[in-house]
Design a protein. Structure first.
Length: 369
């Protein structure tokens, strides 16, 4: 069968999922005829993505978050106002998505949480079945168990998730743990979609040694470079602890070395993964993909959520034993937690069943009922 991918370009999670899924489909005799990636003036498509995929890649103007003045967290009011004010400029993108779907000859559209896909299916009668994939769909699963009084922004987030998957035949909800399906919401619960490079760190080719080690440094990742102020402040008080942080601040070049024990690196997926395999512990803004990678590699995690989605990620990850959360990058909290940390072994087997379960759902998506 032929598949067309449409991908939200924010962060690295959806992009790495698309890389993995393309490989899985091609290995099983299918083809990916194209990848459409949402873009905006505030984000640049990383080189690691274009190097890793085989299908032709094209981009279109899409909805994007507007950060706060300190460049630490998305400003939700500002984001909604900005995108509503300029929504008319996305009409060509919606028409472009429709045209690409119809012209591609795809049997199935796979939507990696791109909002304009939902609008395209809402505005046009697109006959090609859509499968939406993302961990956010788990948040309105009947058995998720979110204490909603602690997360007042969850209603808006769930509304966004339902909107961007409008017209989807099924929603594949990536989850830290198995849950029954939720037919009312067309939710199929599946494991996280980790790249073969991550799996290979625990299961190397024959004759090679496992490459997961425990070094002396703490690894970090921040999408919003404003958080670097927290890191610099903590480093000033703890200069003997080596810190290696990845960010997407293109203006600073590949590596910004502060001193012998603190450096900031431009996001490069291969290098990031190598550093994660050897780190002592991991700190991030609670993006789902990197949490899963760190859990799979047995690394204790500090999560510093920057918006409601990441707050819920942190809640879910904590109850699955992944780590701790904080309001800022106080790495002392992570060091204390790591002393008694025990990896979640059930998570490993759940992740390793992903290929079979996800492939089954995608192959059945084109079946008429």
């Amino acid at each position: 069968m032929k598949y067309l991918f449409i991908i939200q370009g924010e962060g690295r999670g959806h992009l790495t999922q698309a890389i993995t899924l393309e490989r899985l489909l091609v290995q099983n005799g299918h083809s990916v005829v194209g990848m459409l990636v949402g873009k905006s003036p505030s984000r640049q498509l990383p080189d690691f993505f274009t190097r890793a995929v085989s299908a032709p890649v094209s981009q279109f103007e899409s909805i994007n978050f507007q950060n706060s003045s300190k460049n630490r967290k998305p400003d939700m009011f500002k984001s909604v106002f900005y995108n509503m004010l300029l929504f008319v400029k996305y009409f060509p993108s919606i028409r472009y998505i429709r045209r690409q779907i119809l012209d591609s000859g795809a049997d199935v559209v796979v939507n990696f949480y791109e909002s304009l896909v939902g609008f395209a299916y809402m505005a046009h009668r697109i006959p090609v079945p859509q499968v939406s994939i993302g961990h956010q769909y788990l948040f309105f699963h009947k058995n998720f168990g979110l204490p909603v009084t602690h997360y007042p922004g969850h209603t808006g987030l769930n509304g966004l998730s339902k909107m961007n998957s409008f017209g989807a035949k099924k929603r594949l909800a990536l989850s830290f743990m198995p849950l029954p399906d939720d037919p009312k919401h067309r939710i199929k619960v599946v494991p996280p979609l980790l790249r073969r490079e991550v799996i290979g760190l625990r299961h190397p080719v024959s004759g090679a040694s496992p490459r997961v080690t425990q070094g002396d440094y703490i690894l970090g990742y921040m999408l919003n470079p404003g958080f670097s102020e927290d890191v610099l402040a903590w480093h000033k008080e703890h200069p003997d602890v080596e810190l290696r942080f990845f960010w997407d601040k293109w203006s600073e070049g590949n590596v910004k070395k502060i001193d012998d024990t603190l450096s900031f690196h431009l996001i490069d997926d291969k290098e990031f993964l190598s550093q994660m395999a050897g780190c002592r512990a991991y700190a991030s803004t609670a993006g789902f993909e990197s949490i899963c990678e760190a859990m799979y590699l047995g690394k204790p995690i500090l999560m510093v959520p920057s918006h409601i989605e990441q707050e819920i990620n942190a809640f879910d990850a904590k109850r699955n034993g992944a780590g701790v959360s904080a309001k800022e990058f106080d790495l002392s909290v992570l060091i204390d937690f790591a002393v008694d940390f025990v990896p979640n072994e059930k998570f490993l087997s759940w992740v390793e069943s992903a290929d079979m379960l996800i492939l089954k759902e995608l192959e059945s998506a084109a079946e008429k009922k």
